[in-house]
Design a protein around this ligand. Sequence first.
Ligand code: PDD
Length: 283
Amino acid sequence: MSRTVYVNGEYLAEEDAKISIFDRGFLMADGVYEVTSILGGKMIDFTGHMKRLARSLDELDMAPAATDDEIEAIHRELIRANDLVEGLVYLQVTRGAADRSFLFPDGVKSSLVMFTQTMNLTEAPAAETGIKIISMPDIRWGRRDIKTIQLLAPSLGKVAAKAAGVDDAWLVEDGCVTEGTSNNAYIVKGGKIITRDLSHDILSGITRASVLRFAREMQMEVVERPFTIAEAQEADEAFVTSATTFVTPVVEIDGQALGDAAPGPIARRLREIYIEESLKTGI
Ligand code: PDD
């Protein structure tokens, strides 16, 4: 059975969903997106995702395609129509369709596309085994704080990681790790959680914000600063966070095992607490 998806005001079977070939998302990657995880049929960190969407749109001078209440209602309808219990809702806003031009078109309505994807998030095997990563240069543009749909650089990173026989890549700029291809990066040393501070260099992860809040509530020390791959290889633990991986331990960096090459206790605890709290606070 095909999924029900949402395209500009209509709920359609996925095979009937169409957008214009002149859509600026298609022609220029002129669009932004959000991925909200769904646990037990409920949306996790939804308010955070809506706030970041509004910021991404504002930074690109793009009109919102719908109100937050409308977007919430569409999420609910897609979850219902697709019997989604665990997985994600993908949302994409593009500047709309117009003749190809480098300048922003006037009077064009933004386009909104949303769909669901079923995924096993809580029982993901990577949470048990941990993931292996390699490092590579960060070749993305300079405004990674805006969640744009230009994902070719991270896609190349994941492809290179797979070719190297590992799970993912951490991106490095000026000697320090920025973030993972599609997640925020952390190390743990002497009980301290270290992660790069927010700037235009990285995406302000919604999962990052929740995980750091839980860590501080549990009296764990959090230090927001850049770190190098060499420092990460000497760390006690490492992990990544995102809406689809929650907290996932990293057990090997550029061929060097961390500790005993097994998920560390802090990453495990943060994952547990994130899932526990999300199940309570999901809407
Ligand atoms: N990626 N950094 C990058 C570059 C990301 O693409 C993502 C999310 C994150 C984590 O953000 P959040 O915690 O809000 O999911 C950090 C999503 C999941 C994706 O592209 O599929």
